[in-house]
Design a binder for this molecule. Structure first.
Ligand SMILES: C[S@@+](CC[C@H](N)C(=O)[O-])C[C@H]1O[C@@H](n2cnc3c(N)ncnc32)[C@H](O)[C@@H]1O
Length: 220
């Protein structure tokens, strides 16, 4: 899989791409690429934004700047089928969308900044607008990292065997419900005991208990 991130701050992702599961995915053939809008802007002085028509506070990322970045990145290889604009007003990102994206061979994430992005990007250049939650961040970079992380950990081999992504919160294995609680040693800490069933060695009782706790969490 290839994930392309368009941003004004590619250095924000240095930490992200040094993480083990991301390095695993890259070693296994996935690609994570970063494109700086300023490197391809058609405007002088590396300008990328402008004042909003109609007035108001803040600056807006220009459509010609975003288009130039996309054209430059995809002039030879062709654009991906999914080009996601990160926007607080977009479709709420969730595990279902993470799964959809993980099945795509190629995805682009467009990070906004300032007051936002010229609406013509959403109308003509992006295929989806996606939000990571009903709050406003300063830019799309953290949202892109959230999405890339949730997608990358679904790629085969990204996680170690011990961290299988099959039975976890919102997975099909749990019927879309949150995961059940986990405990580890010590069995008693202060006066907080691990549930007896988990120490019983009875796999069927453990399975039932976990499903019940998972369903309880879904009903909360
Ligand atoms: C300060 S925000 C712009 C907020 C915009 N004026 C509004 O009220 O919706 C700048 C950029 O951060 C990103 N962003 C902020 N919050 C986000 C969220 N919850 N999900 C995804 N992207 C977000 C978007 O790319 C956005 O263009």
């Amino acid at each position: 899989m290839r994930i392309d991130v368009f941003t004004l701050f590619p250095e924000w992702f240095d930490w992200f791409r040094s993480q083990r599961h991301v390095r695993n995915a890259v070693e296994l053939g996935s690609e994570l690429r970063f494109f700086d809008y300023r490197e391809t802007t058609p405007l002088s002085g590396r300008q990328v934004d402008d004042a909003p028509y109609g007035g108001g506070a803040g600056m807006v990322l220009r459509v010609d700047v975003v288009d130039a970045a996309l054209r430059s990145a995809y002039e030879r290889s062709g654009a991906p089928a999914r080009v996601l604009l990160l926007a607080p007003s977009g479709r709420q990102f969730d595990e279902v969308l993470a799964g959809e994206l993980a099945r795509e061979p190629h995805v682009a994430l467009l990070c906004g900044r300032y007051e936002g992005v010229d609406e013509r990007v959403r109308e003509h250049l992006a295929t989806d607008a996606v939000s990571i939650g009903p709050y406003v961040l300063s830019g799309g970079e953290l949202a892109a990292m959230v999405i890339a992380d949730a997608v990358v950990r679904k790629l085969p081999g990204a996680l170690g065997h011990a961290e299988s992504p099959v039975e976890e919160s919102f997975s099909e294995a749990l019927g879309g419900a949150p995961e059940y609680p986990h405990y580890t040693r010590p069995a008693t800490y202060r006066d907080w005991d691990v549930p007896e069933v988990l120490l019983s060695g009875d796999h069927e009782r453990v399975r039932q208990w976990r499903l019940e706790r998972s369903r309880e969490r879904a009903d909360r």
